[in-house]
Design a protein around this ligand. Structure first.
Ligand code: NIG
Ligand code: FE
Length: 413
């Protein structure tokens, strides 16, 4: 069968392999090919190899893309984003500089709650156009699939509005999007002294609607001191699982209050942040096969500790890296910066980082069977980089290194 596109003259092809997250030494083992080609048919990869593409792969209709010796990787997967929200929070910058903490800003009714006000105010179309703008920026930086959370509505109407925006984006763009319901992101002002009431509202009112309308693949909880405790997370995520959603948890971002135990118990697909995780927490994640999603841009932006990535890797827990794009703790949607920090602050190797933002990130959003690697049978989601090799990609920083982005076999950047 002839290909409809062949990407040729790939100087350095680097890809993880398989359809499952990899940890330990495997996270550092990539397939690398030189002077390589990728043949694509109907949006899928039909062959990958070194040298020239075989004659049978070419006919007069085959389009050729000349990579001119560039590095080619699988499209990046941003497995933790808060894509859909109203407003920004640049007014918090001054407070931050004066030393007011992230949690204190939230306690004063700022932080997440001020974004909730802005998100409620925006109608669905406005919210869609904004999120679409962010998504296009992400794609321009090499992201070809992503996860998008709700969590800036907190009431039924706005949470569903955010999730519908996610669904519309998935339907109207080429990008694969996993949608996550994060109603337990903060306790809304209307339930201020009644957290238990808000949890009942999530379980009795919102979750059933989210499930019935098929709006979320995952459910997530911000499990943190002063927000939702481990028992709250357990109740919400158990119910979400019963309704068919996968479990995710914002765990140990500031304090370890038992989020990893919940992740273990409920076989969470991922536990995210993990900056305060102990050895015991790491063993729990290993036990449940939960992916550790690390978010170094957030540590950078809040000027906080970085997750101990080497300890996760040493113990065989697969590490993914996301941008955590959100208006408060990480107003950055360029996953390349997270990759730089993955090397420079998490002390991961360039190959480990590449696995973290491709195969492991794909597994963290339940899509590793079709994206995350460059292999026959997978979707042709590729980035041609304006560098020669993975070292150079992780070493350069601050400017966009993308040359060409291919999604499902179509050049989109
Ligand atoms: O992942 N920590 C909780 N949620 C987000 C921040 C959200 C916000 O500040 O708006 C995070 O860092
Ligand atoms: Fe987050």
């Amino acid at each position: 069968m002839a290909a409809d596109i062949v990407v040729k003259n790939i100087g350095y092809l680097a890809t993880a392999q398989g359809t499952q997250a990899v940890g330990g030494e495997k996270q550092n083992e990539l397939l690398t090919l030189h002077n390589a080609f990728i043949a694509i048919l109907d949006g899928d990869i039909i062959e990958v190899g070194e040298g020239e593409a075989r004659e049978e792969l070419l006919d007069e209709y085959t389009a050729e893309i000349d990579a001119e010796g560039r590095l080619v990787t699988a499209g990046l997967v941003d497995c933790h984003t808060h894509l859909t929200f109203g407003g920004w929070r640049e007014n918090e910058l001054k407070k931050k500089l004066l030393g007011v903490s992230y949690m204190d800003i939230l306690k004063e009714g700022g932080g997440i709650l001020s974004t909730v006000t802005e998100t409620r105010r925006m109608d669905e179309q406005e919210l869609y156009l904004r999120a679409e703008g962010f998504l296009n920026e992400m794609v321009a930086h090499g992201t070809t699939s992503l996860e998008a959370k709700s969590g800036y509505g907190l009431d039924l109407e706005t949470e569903l509005k955010q999730l519908r925006v996610n669904r519309m984006l998935a339907e109207q763009t080429e990008i694969d999007i996993a949608s996550t319901y994060l109603g337990a992101h903060a306790v809304p002002l209307s339930f201020l002294s009644d957290k238990a009431g808000y949890i009942r509202y999530i379980i009795d009112v919102v979750l059933p609607q989210v499930a019935e309308q098929g709006l979320a693949d995952f459910c997530d909880v911000f499990c943190e001191q002063g927000v939702f405790d481990a028992e709250d997370a357990r109740r919400i995520l158990s119910e979400a699982k019963r309704l068919g959603m996968g479990a995710k948890i914002h765990s140990d971002e500031i304090f370890d209050i038992g989020g990893t135990a919940v992740a273990e118990e409920l076989l969470a697909v991922s536990a995210d942040h993990l900056t305060a995780t102990t050895e015991e927490g790491i063993m729990r994640l290993k036990h449940s096969g939960t992916i550790a999603t690390l978010l170094p841009c957030t540590s950078f932006y809040l000027d906080k500790a970085y997750a101990k990535a080497r300890d996760f890797i040493k113990n065989g827990v697969p590490v993914a890296i996301g941008s955590d794009f959100n208006p408060g703790s990480s107003p950055n949607l360029n996953l390349q910066l997270a990759m730089n920090l993955g090397c420079l602050r998490l002390k991961m190797t360039p190959y480990e980082v590449l696995t973290a933002v491709t195969l492991n990130a794909a597994a963290a959003i339940g899509m590793a069977d079709r994206i995350g690697t460059i292999e026959r049978g997978k979707q042709a989601d590729l980035v041609l980089w304006d560098v020669q090799n993975p070292n150079e990609l992780m070493y350069r920083y601050g400017t966009n290194r993308v040359d060409t982005v291919i999604k499902k076999g179509k050049v989109i950047v």
